[in-house]
Write a protein that binds this ligand. Structure first.
Ligand code: ZN
Length: 653
């Protein structure tokens, strides 16, 4: 076990990507039983990888297997500039779990030529290529070249621009051969607005048209992705045996039932139990969960994580959840949309032990599940911050020059250096523990009313909740914040990021697409505009560079409160038009001049905007009787090596 202070987090950097690794603090102090449970759940988390690849785009598996074949078997020159460009492309594809950028959704542009690609394939033993029956190598190259190089073909993974057919123009593999209207019609009759316990219809399936008929293929054992799901189930069955909690065993049993049947009612039953089970030392998510990649916000990508409690760091979130009702009662939203009783806001701090599916290699920073509104309302939700992941970010971001470049002045730099990591952690805690859990829908409101704007609006709601209370004296009283300056640090960072720096992730001329970014852009531009008369937030220029300065923190806090009230109203009433206008007007567009400037300044820092992680390797140690006596951790430092290993060990499609 390496010492925390000497742990080397940085692994690799290429294009706009940086790869870190994370540490598993205290793993060696877990019991053997807990380690075994983590190990089995981790194998389940890694086994579903192919599902995500195929969901992202139906040619992704073919591309990946071809890249793997070339990387393992190409016999030509591996020192040439073109081979190095190919290597970078391969790393980017692995990072994105497919050929579309994980964040911008655009097809990745190869840095090598079509003819070079053909020569790579020619230089690879054809036994390793996935030629279909009767297919010649020339035909194989022709198809893949079109898929990889043709910008007009499958150009975007998720298309949500107004006026487009979002289904037909998205390359994501939730739909095939159908258009948006056909999908919407298909689901229209299937939803009963009166049902108090509605299942998440269409969450785990693909919709396509075959011979003129619209059909739905469900992800389940014996169905779509059945052979992969069976592998996940094998490890979940071992996990049941390793768990010492009656509730957890029952719950994993339900998850297996769901994987076998594809029955969304069982999925809800599983989630009800999982949400109630607040105490496990070892916990997990495994399933079709988040709908960000579906342009219609219905279908979920496969993801999995395994985690264990970080007891010491859970102190903060315990205090927050113990006061959840106080936050709800004192929130600036309209009284009729407050929860009389905030239920089951279970928050704790955990350490990630394994990332899988849509959580790998890009990890979330917090988790708040389950997603079904009725479960959240009736049973509650579990909310966690990821200590070891956040720690890896914080430590590597100190001293990279970013803050000095974009902060308005030296006092801001000092504030962030003193309080930044703590303020960020507290923001995340408030967002996850009380933000998402707050508020309720008006009676009869369709939980899907906000459609493609639901995600950014929900993130905005949780962020605003955190921002509003960050400046509350209560946090000082509760000993969550050391000083008001820490709250200011949080506002500084949020405004600087939303108004200036987050657009480093956007290519010139492009709009903001991703939900969290739309949320941050919408919030900051809204408060900037509303506070303009009183100069609450100022964008000023110095030496031809733009900076953001907050002139009145308390007024800014009130503006956050005003917007929180409005967004809660939008959600509670299902006011699609208002929600859409808010996001479209404040959250989507980028000022091209500012964009150029920020990109230019950012480029000079030579930093990568996106971060991913390699997983540790878990190796069981056996005794002579074949029983596991320990799970040994190995901290991997080869990003591409891990990707290739996963391709060999966990590929079932
Ligand atoms: Zn959130």
């Amino acid at each position: 076990m390496q010492d925390i202070d000497n742990f080397n987090y940085f692994i690799d950097q290429f294009e706009d990507i940086r790869v870190l690794r994370y540490q598993l603090p205290g793993f060696k102090f877990l019991t053997l039983q807990q380690k075994k449970l983590i190990y089995y759940l981790s194998q389940a988390a890694l086994s579903g990888r192919d599902i995500l690849w195929d969901q992202n785009f139906r040619y992704n598996m073919l591309v990946r297997k071809t890249l793997e074949a070339i990387l393992d078997n190409y016999s030509g020159d591996k020192e040439s500039a073109e081979y190095k460009a190919f290597l970078i492309y391969a790393k980017r594809v692995f990072f994105a779990n497919g050929i579309h950028h994980h964040y911008s959704n655009d097809k990745l542009k190869p840095g090598y030529s079509e003819s070079y690609f053909a020569s790579l394939i020619d230089g690879t033993n054809r036994n390793y290529l996935l030629l279909s029956a009767g297919q010649t190598v020339e035909e194989f190259i022709f198809i893949l070249t079109d898929v990889i190089f043709n910008e007009k073909l499958f150009g975007r993974k998720v298309e949500q621009r107004k006026g487009t057919d979002m289904v037909a123009e998205s390359a994501v593999n939730f739909y095939e051969n159908v258009n948006q209207k056909e999908v919407e019609d298909f689901y229209k009759g299937k939803i009963d607005p009166q049902d108090p316990y509605p299942v998440s219809i269409g969450l785990n399936s693909k919709v396509s048209k075959k011979e003129g008929k619209i059909i739905e293929d469900v992800y389940k054992s014996g169905g779509l992705y059945g052979q992969v799901i069976d592998q996940i189930v094998i490890w979940l069955e071992k996990a049941i045996i390793a768990s010492d909690s009656e509730m957890q065993r029952k719950e994993i049993g339900l998850l297996i039932d769901y994987y076998r049947s594809g029955d969304l009612k069982v999925w809800d039953n599983f989630n009800v139990l999982w949400a109630q089970d607040n105490e496990p030392e070892v916990d997990y998510n495994n399933g079709f969960i988040e709908t960000y990649s579906d342009p219609l916000g219905r279908k979920a990508t496969w993801e999995a994580i395994v985690n264990y409690t970080d007891i010491e760091a859970s102190r903060r979130t315990k205090i927050i959840t113990a006061n959840a009702q106080w936050f709800e009662d004192n929130s600036p939203i309209q009284p009729q949309y407050k929860k009389e009783k905030v239920n089951g806001v279970a928050a704790k701090v955990i350490n990630i032990a394994m990332l899988g599916g849509d959580c790998y290699p890009v990890s979330p920073l917090g988790i708040n599940l389950p997603n079904a509104n009725w479960i959240r309302k009736e049973v509650g939700s579990k909310s966690v911050s990821l200590a070891n992941i956040t720690n890896a970010y914080d430590i590597t971001s100190l001293g990279n020059g970013f803050l000095e470049e974009f902060a308005a002045d030296q006092s801001e730099v000092e504030r962030i250096k003193n309080y930044g990591p703590l303020a960020e952690a507290l923001h995340t805690d408030l967002h996850e523990c009380v933000g998402h859990a707050s508020g309720k829908l008006a009676e009869g409101t369709d939980p899907n009313a906000l459609k493609n704007y639901a995600s950014p609006l929900e993130e905005a709601r949780a962020d605003l909740f955190a921002l509003y209370f960050m400046m509350d004296k209560k946090l000082l009283d509760l000993d969550l914040l050391p000083s008001e300056d820490a709250a200011k640090a949080s506002y500084d960072t949020y405004l600087r990021n939303g108004l200036l720096t987050q657009i480093v992730r956007i290519k010139p001329g492009k709009d903001i697409e991703e939900a969290h970014m739309r949320n941050r852009s919408a919030i900051t531009h809204w408060v900037y505009e509303k506070g303009r008369k009183e100069n609450v937030v100022e964008i000023f220029r110095k030496d031809n560079k733009s900076y953001v300065r907050i002139n009145d923190y308390l007024k800014l806090r009130n503006l956050f409160g005003d917007l929180l009230k409005e967004i809660q109203r939008v959600k509670s009433e299902g006011d699609y038009e208002a929600g859409k206008n808010l996001i479209e007007y404040y959250g989507v567009k980028v000022d091209p001049e500012l964009h150029d400037e920020i990109l230019e300044r950012y480029k000079k820092l030579n930093l990568a905007p996106y971060t991913g992680f390699v997983n540790p390797k878990m190796i069981p140690a056996y005794n002579q009787g074949g029983e596991i006596t320990d799970i040994v951790l190995e901290y991997v430092d080869d990003y591409l090596g891990q990707m290739l290993e996963y391709g060999r060990k966990y590929s079932f499609l």
